[in-house]
Each structure stands twice: as C-alpha cells, then as structure tokens.
Design a protein around this ligand. Structure first.
Ligand code: PDD
Length: 290
C-alpha cells in the first residue's frame, strides 16, 4: 500500500497494464540507480489530453537528447495516452510518462543491448482553486544550483526537489531561481513577469525547461495584443515588476502576489495575469466541449 494514491489504479509498465500496487521494476533499473531517464506530464480535461502533440514531441526530444531509443512511433505514444485516459475514466487528470535507459549491471557508461523501461500512470488533478487564482501565491528567491542541461525533462530532479523543499521550509508556495543573478525558473514551473503591460520571460535556453505552456502563453499574449519579450532578467528587475506569474501543466497559470515577503505590484493579481488566465480558461473550455 502506498498512501495517497489509488493502489488499484491501472498503470502501464513495459507493454503490460497492471495494478499500481503490483507494478514492479528491478533495483538495477538505471532510473533508480542513476536517475538515468526522462519523463513528461500531459494534462487532460474532461478526459481529453491538452496539447498532447507538443508534450509527445518534447518526450521524443528528451529521449533523443540522452540517446534512448524506444520502439514506439508517435502514433504508439498517442495510443498509450489515449488508452490510459480511457482506462482511468478520470476527467481532470495528468498522464505521467517515464522512460529510463533500462536494467543493467551498475556501470556509468551506457550499456549496450538493453531495453528501456517504459512506465505510464494517470492521476487525478485538482485545477487551481479560487484562493490561488484570486489571491495568488507567495515566493522567495533562491540560487539555482542545478546542472546545465535543464532543457532536458530528466528524472534526475534532486536540484528541483531541494528547491521545492526550500519553499516549504520558507513557508511559501514557490521559489524563483537565479543563476549568476539571472532569473531561470521555479522549482517545477516557468516564470513570467509583467512590467508596464509587457509580458517578459527568460529566453529558451539550456538553463530552463521549456514548458509546453511557454509557446501557449506566447500565443495567448499575441491573441490578446499583450507585447512579449523573451530576454535575460536580473534579480534587481524582478524586485521592480508589476506582476509575477508561473505556469505548469498542473498549476496552469497562477499569479505570485508576494515575493520575498513584499507585495508584488498592488499585491493583487494584475491585468496581464487576468488577460492570460481568461485565454487559458477559454482554451480548456473549448477542449472540454470538443
Ligand atoms: N513540471 N520547468 C520545470 C523545471 C518543470 O518541472 C516544469 C513542469 C515546467 C513547466 O512545464 P510544462 O508547462 O510543460 O508543465 C517548467 C511538471 C509539471 C512536473 O515535473 O510535474
């Protein structure tokens, strides 16, 4: 029994559908031994995946970037996500897909002739509640201590785990990470700012994971006529912005209204957030009604 999860839910493991409580992998799996694997998280609403193509394209990019070859076409991955959603019967949920290099004698270099471990599970997810949307989150700044390949959605998440724990210990909801004085991202989300009506974000690079919501927010901003600039942002600039927002599959888009113990702008969710939130909600509604 694992607390907090449905042990009877069905997961996919290496071609088989099994109870979560019965799913087993070897202690020599390189995901367990080295964190040698990648993952992705596809959100679904009304049982329908949101921007699945982009999530699967990122999954394939992550695999290619660490030279793992899985015997699955894009259509196979789509089928897996669709099957898992159907079997779960869940409405608002996330589909978690993880691939590790596989099982081998412990040795750092890539072994030859092994088969990757492929795992998929579906878990219910609560959309952000009214308090988070209307009052916003709190955050503090911390140094970004992670490695230099943050663009890979790797299961080696120790840096992100420690970052999130820093938020818990500071009694806040999130952290904003800075590398060499420049904003990167949150513990498991991208960060957005607004200043004088312009939306700002750190550019795509190896220093952040490009969220699937990155392009989505660019689209929403364009549709709403909100100017957008992707550029390096200093710690001092963040202290002076009108709005801070975060995005991720599970948190959608949320305002950060307290930062390092001070209100951000007026201390209430700002107009750029409200505009983008409206576009976000509309896209979800369209998906639900499709
Ligand atoms: N995390 N940056 C990091 C480090 C992340 O872990 C995530 C997502 C994002 C946002 O990506 P997206 O918009 O595709 O969700 C940015 C997922 C949700 C997780 O680890 O559970």
């Amino acid at each position: 029994m694992i607390a907090g999860v449905d042990n009877d839910s069905i997961v996919y493991l290496n071609g088989q559908y099994v109870r979560l409580g019965d799913a087993r992998i070897s202690v020599l799996d390189r995901g367990f031994i080295f964190g040698d694997g990648i993952y992705d998280v596809v959100p679904a609403y009304a049982g329908r995946p949101f921007r699945m193509d982009e999530h699967l394209a990122r999954l394939e990019r992550s695999l290619a970037s660490i030279q793992i070859t899985v015997d699955k076409t894009r259509a196979d991955w789509e089928q897996l996500v669709t099957d898992m959603l159907q079997r779960s019967g869940l409405q608002n949920c996330i589909v978690y897909i993880q691939v590790t290099r596989g099982v081998a004698k412990r040795d750092h270099a890539f072994p030859t002739g092994i088969t990757p471990t492929v795992f998929c599970m579906v878990s219910p997810f609560q959309r952000p509640d009214a308090a988070a949307r209307d009052e916003g989150l709190s955050a503090v700044s911390i140094p970004d201590l992670r490695w230099l390949r943050c663009e890979i959605k790797s299961v080696s998440l120790l840096g992100n785990v420690l970052a999130k724990q820093a938020a818990v210990e500071a009694g806040v909801d999130e952290v904003l990470q800075f590398r060499d004085g420049m904003l990167t991202e949150g513990a498991s989300c991208n960060v957005w700012l607004a200043k004088g009506g312009t939306l700002l974000a750190p550019p795509r690079s190896n220093l952040i994971l490009e969220g699937i919501r990155y392009r989505f927010l660019e689209e929403l901003a364009m549709q709403a006529g909100v100017p957008f600039e992707a550029r390096a942002i200093t710690e001092a600039e963040v202290d002076e912005v009108d709005e801070i927002m975060i995005t991720s599959a599970t948190r959608e888009i949320l305002p950060v209204t307290r930062y390092n113990g001070r209100p951000v702008g007026t201390g209430a969710p700002g107009p750029v957030y409200q505009t983008l939130r409206k576009g976000y909600d509309e896209a979800i509604r369209t998906l639900e009604q499709a």
